[in-house]
Design a protein around this ligand. Sequence first.
Ligand code: ZN
Length: 336
Amino acid sequence: MYGGYDWAPYVPVAQRLLNARRAMQQRAKQGHVIDPVCIKGRAIACTPWGKAWCSNLEGYSDFDNRLPRGRRYARNGSVVDLQVTPGLIEAYVAGSDTYRTTISVGSVPKKQWQAICADCAGGIASLLELLRGKIDKAIMQRLCRQGDGLFPTPQQLRFSCSCPDGAAMCKHIAAALYGVGSRFDSKPELLFLLRDVDLDELIDSAGSGFTTVAASGDGAVLSDEEIGDIFGIELDDGSVPSPSPLVAAKRSAKRSPKADAKSGARKPVPQANGRDPYVRLHRQLAKAGSLTSAEAQRILHLSAAELRPLFKRLIVEEKATVSGKARGTTYHIRRD
Ligand SMILES: [Zn+2]
């Protein structure tokens, strides 16, 4: 900040980025996990969900003036940290100084979410297909429909930035918004987390509830390649950080009938071993015995989206049972 003046001394881009990265190193030393937006090539986003997020933003004339500058900022690496949590986007963006921007995003209204689930009932075969965006065109269009789909309207967004331009959508906020589009490329599940909806309800409404299928003994799994494709991570590395539980659980998730037909063979469910972070997470939860998702999030420092597949795997392997519904759901974890 420059004492509230609406000018700032010129600082070359390379110096801005260097300053911002140093500021993030300081934050990392304080225990924050820094997650910068790195865009390779000209396209901000390449996958259906990332592209749909950006198209939604660009579809509102309210944002016409500011978005182009944000795009440039996002592309040149100015978004040095981006965090997506339920209802909130928080980013640090390199400018004349390193600015903190927050964008609060209203959750999908309950009735709207129910309507989305009802309209998509029977149309989504699996979580995998949903996250890949490889679903029926009409269903995708419904989910992305402006106004009553999954994406926020301008009225559902509240911006704040520490730069002198602060109140309106400044270029730092625009850069953060584009950064979110890029982030959805590698972590599409964050869209559902951000809008505070349970993507399982979307699948359940399609009549392919995970638990039912898994309980029937259908142990089909996804290949590492497929999982890596979706989540943009390398597998078979015991040191993989937080996405691992998500991946671990995906290994016991249901394969779509279409994918099965294509491969013609099923691979065995990988056994948990000492390198599998799932084992450690299971032990930590088992100590607590019974707990809600919110409690588990605090204990394991994972998001709801990252936890969900872990719980699913525990249920499939009969290491956990569930009681209650919706937000009152309690998980009872057995020790080995
Ligand atoms: Zn700003």
